[in-house]
Structure formats: C-alpha cells, structure tokens
Design a protein around this ligand. Sequence first.
Ligand code: UD1
Length: 427
Amino acid sequence: MRERFRVVGGGRLTGEARVVGAKNSALKLMAVALLAPGVTTLTNVPEIADVVIMAELLRRLGVAVEHDPVHGVVRLDVPQTLGHRADYELVRALRASISVLGPLVARVGEADVAVPGGDAIGSRGLDLHAAGLEALGATVHVTHGYLVAKAPQGLSGADIRLDFPSVGATENVLTASVLASGRTTIENVAREPEIVDIAEMLVEMGARVQGAGTSRLVVDGVDALTPTTHRVVPDRIAAGTWAFVAATTRGSIEVVGGVAEHLGAPLAALRAAGCRVEPTERGFRVSAGPHRPRAFDVATLPYPGFPTDLQPFALTYNAVAQGSAMVTENLFEARFRTVQELARLGADAQIDGHHVMTHGVPLLSGAPVESSDIRSGAALVLAGLVAEGETLVSGVHHIDRGYPRFEQALCALGADVQREPDDDWFD
Ligand code: UD1
C-alpha cells in the first residue's frame, strides 16, 4: 500500500533528534563481512528497508543473516563457500548491492553483479569500479545486464589512480585489494567518514590498510581475514538533515549522536548564515537566530565538501531564506527533482544547467507534491513544515529508506506530520 505524509506547516521545531548508524556505511559493512568466514556482528544499524534487501542478497550468497531491527543488530554467519551472483531483482531495488563486487572477487575469485538501478539521481557509471578491478588482475565485462568479474588465480597488488574520488569505486577497489598478493596503492580515493568506517572494520578483521580519510590508501594484502564485531559510524546525512530542519523552521534541535566534525561544510554555511552551532555532551545543537535566516550559495563536492545528499535541504532552506542564492550540483546530473516540487509550493527557483537560482519567499504555500528519492522526499516534508496550510508528500517509501519513522521524530519536535494511505495513487 502506498503511503503519504500529511504535513501541516507552521511552528519552530525544538527538542532533540537522535541519529543512529549511517545507511551508506551499514550496507557496505554487511558486504565487507563476506571477506571473512565466521560470524560478524554489526551494531547501530538503522531500521530501514535497505538493510532488509541487503540481508536477502547476502542470504542468496549463502550467508545466514539474523536481523534485530529494534536493537539495530545484524549478525552475519558467512560460510567457507560462497555464491557469486547478485540478482537484478535485488540489485535494482538497492544500488548499494554493487558493494558485494569487491569482496566477492577477493574471496570467490568471481562475481556476477547485476548493473544497478537505484535512486533516480542521474546516470552513475561503474567504469571506475571496473578499471580498479582490472588493475588488480581481474577480467571485467558486462553481459546480459550483469557485470562479470573474474580472477580465478587471485588478485595482485597494483598502483591505481581513480579518475574521480567515487565513493563506490573506492569501496570496491579497497575491499578487493585486502586479500590481493602484495601492496596496492589507490590514489584520489573518496575520503568520506563511511570509507574510514569500512577501513577501520577491515583493520579489525586483520587487513592492513593505511591512509583512510586521506586521498591515498595503501593496502598490504593478507592471506585471510577474521570476523569482527563493529559499530556503524553515525549517519552524517541524517544529522545534517536535522541541522537544516532546525535552521529552516527557525527552531533549535540537539542532534543526539551526530558528529559535527563530519559536517564541516554544511555547519560552517549555516553558522555564516546566522545560526548558532554548538557542541553538546551527546552531539551538537543547531539553533536559528531570531531573524529570518540568510540564503547562501552551495556547491556540492566530494567530502569534505558540501554533500550532494544535503543539497535538496539547502534548496528548501534557500527557498524561504532572505535573499537570493545559487545552488550548484557537481556530482549528479539530474539531482534537481526537488526544484519542480518546491515550485508547486510557491518557491521562486529556476534551474540553469547544474545551477539553481532561488529568491527566498517568506512562506511557502501547501500543496500535493511527489518525492522521487530519499533526500528530495525528506526535503519536501521540510518544505511542508514551512508552508502555510497542508502539504501532502507522496512516495513515502523513498523517505523510509533513509529516515526510520521520520514523522514520529518530527512530531517529537512539535511538528504536525501524519502518515496515511495514499488514496490518490493509481497503480
Ligand atoms: C554514494 C552514496 C550517495 C552519495 C554519493 C556521493 C551510497 C549507497 N550512496 O553513491 O548517497 O550521493 O556517494 O557522495 O553510499 N561515477 C562514475 N563512474 C564510476 C563511479 C562513479 O562516473 O565508476 C560518477 C557517478 O556517475 C557520479 C559520481 O561519480 O556522478 C559520484 O558517484 P559515487 O561517488 O560513486 O557515488 P555512489 O557511491 O554511487
């Protein structure tokens, strides 16, 4: 059954919001577990549907998965002998499935992974993943919609340079290299906290990885890894979402479990725009000033730049902030779906190539809107909170993929958001 959120705008949101482990780390760490036979346990795992899909994918590879969503624990019992095929049916539902590629080639010497669909946010190639694996000695080709990688003799260390610091390619090349013979250096890698999280878990498993968090990784291959118990890094995109909820609704929110250091660029921008950002014992707090906030320019970049996943929130913020501002998307080409929906709510925003120019209006005006991915969906709920009257946000299943019980967390801050069947949806 399709659901939607009925959002009644108005009011500053105040209180606390809790952040758990990052979706974009938890899913990858589940794939990393494939590298070691035995029982690996992950804690602080978010209660989201994507974890269920990844669990199913791993089960089909032979892993016994126990998932306790309420306590955020996933226990993976990885067999000695693994399958090597990730079906289209699951991969199309979850792009992050591609992260089994590196571990499978390393452990099994072979991987057939369907070329993913996933979020509707621009075309995302796999050329860097493939080139990295080829440099390590695998043969890679695409056939019948599957990326087929083979390395029957095992992988060998190599000097690799990524043309772009892709998150996914960094992960797959890193996870492929830990069991390769000899030393691998990978230049121009992604530096996201989720990459550091993967590297830390790999080291706990006995891998020899240096340089995580910098743009150069050095990996000395080992013969085998051992299972571990690992706590997933806090979700910086969820934490950043709460920061924008506070700033946009002119409220004050303590982000419990949030790590301010992982949000350098967005928090600096909010501070410069007049918000107060202060550390607390349990995380950090963002409080809007007494006046209407100022709009600010944003250009998305690989970490530590402004995250593309927070770009829809910056757009929503600018739509109601004082003044004009430009948001530039440098990572994904079609990631401006929020704009046409914001325009339905009365925002003054124009797309020009990979830029969006906004002229802030004091208040949006409630209307039905459609979310098309996790972040644009959550950003439209935020827009509804600063709109006069009622906003119906359909496509709630997208939001559920990144924000467990989003409406309950918002209501705890004083919002009026209800989940209801989407009666207007015709299948
Ligand atoms: C991950 C995140 C996503 C986030 C993105 C950028 C997950 C599940 N998703 O996605 O939420 O928005 O990082 O921070 O972790 N590219 C190529 N060839 C490749 C690989 C990538 O051209 O082989 C391009 C893509 O088309 C895209 C850009 O590089 O334009 C960034 O992609 P990448 O960093 O790989 O993002 P993902 O890992 O897919």
